[in-house]
Design a protein around this ligand. Structure first.
Ligand code: AMP
Length: 418
């Protein structure tokens, strides 16, 4: 039998219902803050990611699904959304319209990582990107919005870490100091030995515990910040405090992509094990120019939806529609039930019946399996009197009701009017 590719998985019902609900909550919060949806291709030119994410990042160096198409052009399955959103904004001239562009996109991303709990090769993100403003108030708003989405879906044990990566000038100074520090010590992993020459910031992000221990006395980005970057960061923290968003400063937080400037943040959640980052983001003021566009300061975040689903409290998602099952006995009843089924659905009531000729007993157990709240039993005897039996599955209580009143009675039951 042909199986799914390693690191890729099927998401099945009823789990898909919970996914839809989380997406719905995110959409509601995005609406509140004035964000609009973009739907983007899953494949882009390799160059887009190589140029923006950075050649020495794990993503570009090791994790991209890259292949030549039939013409020989190098294409890549998107490993993240930000570069793509900026590409789409520039290509569609969204940057020419006045004011900010507040955009979101929801969908799968692809990275060739070693699969494990919370790490997949196709995973799903809820992405937000705010293009066109450099104000620290926007940074605070974006973080507030992220925490609101996570809070509304029921996450309680979260740790928000914040840092400032400074502007390119601060980073240049910091990189020089960091490089000297890295060269003064031995014992770095192979990757870091390479990174300390090409992109020393990446060393701060190394997953190896040994490298992390060596970094203990490394210089801090914070100590290299210019006045404007320090003021920006101070204002973001002040606003987070004002809105009582708990956070901690993490001066080592760098994030795995090259394009970040100034504010960077990550949310870790309890219950995820080693891969505990459920969301991350930051400001990327230089990305538009990197991609050949005009100056366009911007900030965004990505929520890892797979990980979010894993730690969502089971009671978080509201139950779906109450279901009604029509159990029928005899051909005339079966035929009549088809009309009733459509009448119920027309009233907005979820209703189903058996099409496989099951016995009444088997229909009742099917109703149970489907989680029906009500069962309507319709046999030839009921048909003669234009009545049906209405049974509440939770209590087993039954009553006779007139067929023509059934949709109204059921609708009242379900909306809680009776
Ligand atoms: P990043 O773009 O790497 O900052 O990722 C943003 C979020 O996406 C992370 O916080 C994770 O929750 C999620 N994520 C990243 N990579 C994976 C993966 N391979 N599998 C599942 N979730 C992931």
């Amino acid at each position: 039998m042909i199986k799914a590719i390693r690191g890729m998985r099927d998401i099945l019902p009823p789990e898909t219902g919970r996914w839809q609900w989380v997406e719905q909550v995110a959409r509601e919060v995005f609406d509140l803050y004035g964000y609009q949806e973009l739907r983007l291709p899953l494949i882009e030119r390799t160059e887009l990611f190589a140029r923006s994410i950075g050649p020495d990042t794990d993503i570009v160096a090791k994790e991209m699904y890259t292949f030549p198409d039939r013409r020989g052009d190098s294409l890549t399955l998107r490993p993240e959304a930000t570069a793509q959103v900026v590409r789409a904004a520039l290509e569609n001239r969204l940057d020419r319209a006045p004011g900010m562009k507040k955009l979101y996109t929801i969908g799968p991303m692809f990275r060739y990582e070693r699969p494990q709990k919370g790490r997949y090769r196709q995973f799903h993100q809820i992405n937000c990107e705010a293009l066109g403003a450099d104000a620290p108030e926007l940074d605070a708003e974006v973080i507030l919005m992220l925490m609101e989405i996570l809070g509304r879906v029921g996450l309680t044990q979260m740790r928000l870490s914040v840092n400032s990566l400074g502007c390119p000038e601060c980073q240049q100074d910091f990189k020089a100091r960091l490089k000297l520090f890295l060269q003064s010590k031995e014992g770095w992993c192979d990757d870091c030995r390479h990174r300390r020459e090409t992109n020393p910031l990446r060393v701060l992000d190394c997953k190896s515990a040994h490298c992390q221990a060596l970094l203990k006395d490394a210089p801090m980005l914070k100590d290299c910040q210019c006045e404007a970057c320090a003021a920006h960061y101070g204002r973001v923290l002040e606003l987070l405090n004002r809105f009582r968003v708990p956070f901690e400063e993490n001066p080592r937080l760098v994030r795995g992509l090259d394009y970040y400037t100034r504010t960077a943040f990550e949310v870790a959640a309890a219950g995820l094990g080693a891969q505990d980052a459920v969301a991350g983001g930051g400001r990327y003021n230089g990305l538009s120019q990197e991609l050949g566009g005009p100056e366009m300061p911007a900030i965004g975040f990505a929520i890892g939806q797979d990980r979010l689903m894993e730690i969502l409290p089971p009671e978080a998602a509201p139950p779906g529609l109450a279901k009604t099952f029509l159990a029928v006995l005899g051909d005339a009843a079966r035929d009549r039930a088809l009309t009733l089924l459509q009448d119920l659905r027309a009233k907005g009531l979820a209703a189903e019946m058996d099409f496989e000729g099951r016995s009444l007993k088997a229909q009742m157990s099917l109703a149970d399996r489907l989680g029906a709240t009500y069962v309507i039993i319709l046999g030839d005897r009921e048909m003669e009197t234009d009545q049906a039996v209405l049974r509440r599955m939770a209590t087993g209580g039954q009553e006779q009701v007139a067929l023509k009143e059934l949709p109204v009675i059921l609708a009242n039951f379900i909306t809680g009017k009776i």
